[in-house]
Design a protein around this ligand. Structure first.
Ligand code: AMP
Length: 565
């Protein structure tokens, strides 16, 4: 029996969400709410304000997007926005808009991302045409408010997403200014990965008797801790399938389970891994019992060596042969991590848990480490060279085994005849080459970009870790070498063009992989600005800033020509 869509999302239905949203969620292959969703959605639907501590990867976007959509009147005529979500970067503005759009599919909700760097004209036209939800970076939102093109008087709900990141980027005043313009009776939601005092003070000022949710409070399942070697790899999303293949090649698990978030992800990844020569089987809640039994039988008999599954589908499974648990994404809560890795490392054997995290999810890894009181070592994804070496090593051991165990007499005649003409070592090398190629070592030549750890990046900034930024000139720094591991970039616009530090941080974080914390000292002079960025990202930042606009204008961007005095 295949469960129907309503049963599939019963976890969500229990939360009191409207049918259009339940259909959308089921269509996306979500099988159950994540802990943050379970805790945040009911009070938000009641109209309460909320202060949530949750990092990327916990499912926090749906936790506020679904309640926003719940409040959208059916068949609403185009008008001023009813919801405003403030986010630190363009990347997030686009991501959140896409999520709202997907969840609001059946409601016909109009959502518009607005962020710096994008021509303002298109945003103006869309705003004039009328939208329901605006997802904006603070700087650009303020621009539109100043131009009176973004009307805030109809707002029912305001969300500050990744508030700590916005503060790090210097947007505190902008946020205050924006909130001043919104109706007093609005519902306010604040999500932040960390809760420094500055966030608490914003919450005190702008939130009314908020419900507090802290995902970290989840405690690990009691009982004997399994013996598990835990490691993680930081991998940009586009490289995840390649990275998974490579890690599996090096680890060579007997049997592994790979956890995905949604049914779609399970199906896609199973197909990709099969295409890469693994024997992978999918397991998710959309499959009937018979189908599941068949999959399990194939895994138990060794006909399959990789099980790709959602949490729900894998619940209660006990697979004796399992040696590796792979989290294809960071789990949505520490508790879920503990459940997953508990599937290996039983009965005194050592198991292996591997987590692939996107760079943005690094913080969630730290949370899991803290809550589970276990160490997750972040390792480098094997390079193409590592992989080649590993494959040669496998060929070497196969040959060694053959020398020791096989009857090779049969082949002596080939060697003898070739030896009349060639050196024995040369003959051996040709034979090794053929054996190596015949082992089916798949060609995987794609280099995966190395993502430095935040801690490493901070180390390069002289351990400061925080953005140092000044609105005023700091001319004594000019002519001095930038901090260790940092390069200073010249930007041909300064105070007289209305440039503020947060505009530069915003532009850089929008256009490159750096976040606010990665950016070093900033100096703003009248006609130009100087920004320190980590060496490894210099070219990327320069290229990106040349493509974009800062405060609506194209500017000169180059490495600062530094002359030691
Ligand atoms: P977020 O923490 O909001 O960035 O979400 C992380 C990822 O989890 C996104 O790719 C979402 O599409 C996905 N996601 C959110 N909620 C669920 C859920 N209940 N089940 C499965 N995936 C989810």
């Amino acid at each position: 029996m295949t469960p129907n869509a309503t049963e599939d999302t019963s976890g969500f239905a229990d939360l009191g969400l409207r049918p259009e949203l339940l259909r959308a969620i089921s269509g996306l292959g979500y099988e159950e709410p994540t802990p943050i969703q379970r805790e945040a959605i009911p009070p938000l639907l009641e109209g309460r304000d909320l202060l949530g501590q949750a990092a990327t990867g916990t499912g926090k976007t749906a936790a506020f997007a679904l309640p926003i959509l719940q409040r959208m009147p059916a068949g609403r005529a185009a008008g001023a926005p009813l919801a405003l979500v403030l986010v630190p970067t363009r990347e997030l503005a686009v991501q959140v808009s896409e999520a709202v759009h997907r969840y609001g599919r059946d409601l016909g909700t109009r959502v518009l991302p607005i962020y710096g760097g994008q021509p303002i004209g298109r945003q103006l036209r869309e705003l004039q045409r009328g939208v329901d939800v605006v997802v904006a970076t603070p700087g650009r939102a303020l621009d539109h408010i100043g131009r009176k093109t973004l009307q805030l008087d109809s707002l029912l709900i305001v969300v500050l997403d990744e508030a700590d990141e916005m503060l790090d980027m210097g947007f505190a005043e902008d946020i205050d200014a924006i909130l001043q313009e919104t109706p007093g009776e609005r519902q306010t939601v604040l999500f932040s990965a960390t809760m420094p005092p500055r966030i608490s003070s914003i919450a005190r000022q702008h939130l009314k008797d908020p419900v507090r949710i802290q995902i970290e409070r989840e405690t690990a399942a009691p009982g004997e801790a399994p013996r598990v070697r835990q490691s993680a790899y930081l991998v940009p999303r586009a490289y995840k399938p390649t990275a998974l293949g490579r890690v599996l090649d090096v680890e060579a698990p007997e049997a592994a389970i790979v956890f995905c978030r949604t049914r779609e992800e399970v199906d896609q990844l199973t197909e990709t891994m099969n295409g890469r020569g693994y024997r992978a089987e999918a397991l998710h809640g959309g499959m009937g019992q018979e189908q599941r039994d068949r999959v399990m039988a194939r895994l138990r008999s060794g006909t399959a060596d990789l099980l790709v599954a959602t949490d729900v589908a894998a619940r209660g499974l006990d697979i004796e042969q399992l040696t590796h648990v792979v989290n294809y994404n960071v789990p949505s809560a520490p508790e879920s991590y503990v459940h997953r890795i508990g599937r290996v490392g039983r009965a005194g054997r050592e198991g292996v848990a591997i987590t692939l995290a996107e760079p943005r999810e690094h913080r969630m890894l730290k949370t899991i480490e803290r809550v589970t009181k276990s160490r997750i070592t972040v390792e480098k994804v094997p390079t193409v060279a590592d992989l080649r070496a590993r494959r040669l090593e496998l060929t070497r051991s196969a040959l060694e085994e053959s020398i020791l165990e096989d009857d090779l007499e049969h082949f002596r005649v080939v060697v003898d005849t070739l030896a009349d003409e060639f050196d024995l070592v040369e003959i051996a090398m040709a034979a090794v080459k053929l054996a190596h190629e015949a082992s089916g070592a798949a060609a995987d030549e794609e280099e995966i970009p190395d993502v430095p750890l935040r801690a490493e990046r901070e180390g390069r900034q002289g351990g400061e870790g925080r953005v140092r930024r000044e609105a005023g000139g700091r001319d004594e720094r000019r002519g001095r070498a930038p901090s260790g591991g940092m390069t200073r970039i010249f930007i041909g616009a300064g105070r007289s063009a209305g440039i503020r530090p947060q505009d530069l941080v915003g532009a850089i974080a929008n256009e490159s992989r750096l976040s606010g914390r990665d950016i070093g000292a900033i100096e703003i002079a009248d006609r130009f600005s100087l920004v320190e960025v980590p060496d490894y990202a210099t070219e990327e930042v320069i290229a990106a800033l040349r493509q974009t606009t800062i405060k609506g204008r194209k500017v000169t961007v180059r490495r600062e020509r530094f002359e030691a005095r």
